[in-house]
Ligand binder design. Structure first.
Ligand SMILES: [Zn+2]
Ligand SMILES: [Zn+2]
Length: 158
């Protein structure tokens, strides 16, 4: 057993205590959160841009995707080209919208929630799905249509 400092009142508490006996702060939950945040920060610190492009994680290299009603929408993550910059970190490879790379490297964006960053798994992707990339149509990062934060339900619809 180790003694840790209660994040709320500063009292020394057992690291196995669920709550601080003094202020009832949920010490064990807070510790788990802190450890997870630390682990995330370590991974984020390893993020880097490569000099490669990769198939867009949103449209899978097509530059567009089909909506459930049969309509087709241009992909604004890869700016219609089907390709995005490839980034990597200690936990794998990422397709990142060109306009989002700096924010991704700074740790502001995550694959789970941003809507413009896609995890590609642990191994480096090799081939493009299609030989030709489409022409880039630059998108304003301030465009309200950019899905900076996408819910799981929204992602399922893509
Ligand atoms: Zn306390
Ligand atoms: Zn795309």
């Amino acid at each position: 057993m180790a003694l840790i400092e209660c994040p709320d009142c500063g009292r020394k508490v057992s690291d196995r205590a669920k709550n601080c006996p003094d202020c009832a702060c949920p010490v064990s939950d807070v510790i788990v959160e802190l450890r997870e945040a630390e682990a995330r920060a370590v991974i984020v610190a390893t993020r880097e841009a490569t000099d490669r492009l990769v198939d867009c994680g949103r449209c899978h290299g097509r530059g567009w995707f089909q909506l459930p009603d049969g309509l087709v929408a241009w992909c604004i993550v890869c700016e219609h080209t089907g390709r995005t910059p490839l980034c990597k970190a200690s936990n794998g490879f990422y397709s990142v919208a060109p306009y989002a790379v700096e924010r991704f490297l700074a740790g502001e964006l995550h694959a789970e929630t941003s809507g413009v960053v896609y995890s590609l798994g642990a191994s480096e992707p090799k081939e493009f799905a299609f030989e030709e990339a489409a022409d880039r149509v630059s998108i304003d990062p301030g465009d309200p249509a950019i899905p900076w934060v996408m819910s799981v339900e929204e992602k399922k619809r893509l």
